[in-house]
Design a protein around this ligand. Sequence first.
Ligand SMILES: CC(C)(COP(=O)(O)OP(=O)(O)OC[C@H]1O[C@@H](n2cnc3c(N)ncnc32)[C@H](O)[C@@H]1OP(=O)(O)O)[C@@H](O)C(=O)NCCC(=O)NCCS
Length: 172
Amino acid sequence: MTENLLIRSMIEDDLPMVLAWRNHPEVRRYMFTHHEISLAEHTQWFMRAVQDNARRLLIVQEQGSPIGYVQFSNVEPGGVADWGFYARPEAAKGTGSKLGASALEHAFGQLKLHKVCGQAIDTNQASIRFHERLGFKREGVLRDQKRMNEQYQTLICFGLLAHEWQAHTQGT
Ligand SMILES: CC(C)(COP(=O)(O)OP(=O)(O)OC[C@H]1O[C@@H](n2cnc3c(N)ncnc32)[C@H](O)[C@@H]1OP(=O)(O)O)[C@@H](O)C(=O)NCCC(=O)NCCS
C-alpha cells in the first residue's frame, strides 16, 4: 500500500499548503482548537514545533504530490508517542488509509517507537474508522474531556503497539 509513498519532514515552504488544509472546515471541525488560523500564528507554531527534538512534523507524498500531514510528539526510540494527522481535504477515498500506513511504517521503523496513541472526538466517525482499520485498539473513553465552542466533547483513546502493527501488515 505504501510503495508509491514518500514521507518527509515538513519544511517552511509547506506552510501555506498545510495552513489551507488545517483551516478547511472539514479538518478544523475535528481539531481541538477550531478558530481560523492566520499565517502569522501558523508560522509561529511551526518555528516553535521544529525546535522540539521529540516532535516530528511530516508530509506524506504520493508520486510527488502531498496527500496529508502527520505529526508525532514525545518521540524517542522505544517510546510511546502521540500522533495527529489530516488528509488533504477533498482527496480521493482511501487517501487517509495510505497516509496512516505510511506514517506508521515510519513510526515503528525509522523512529523505533514502541507504541502510537491517538485520540478522536467521538463524533469523528472517519477518524474512529481510520484508527480501527489500521489495527489500533480502543483503550478508553474520556467523557466531556475537551471544551470546544462552549460544548464538552468526549474523546476515544486508541493505541497501537509495534508488534500489533507488524502483525497487521502481515495480515495475521
Ligand atoms: C480521518 C481522515 C484522515 C480519514 O481519511 P479518509 O481519506 O477519509 O480515509 P479512508 O478513505 O482511507 O477511509 C478510512 C476508513 O474510514 C471510513 N470513513 C471515511 N470517512 C468516513 C466518514 N465520514 N464516516 C464514516 N466512516 C468514514 C472509510 O469508509 C474507511 O473505512 P472502511 O475501509 O471500513 O470503509 C480524514 O477524514 C481527515 O483528514 N479528517 C479530518 C481531520 C481529522 O479528523 N483528523 C483526525 C483527528 S483525530
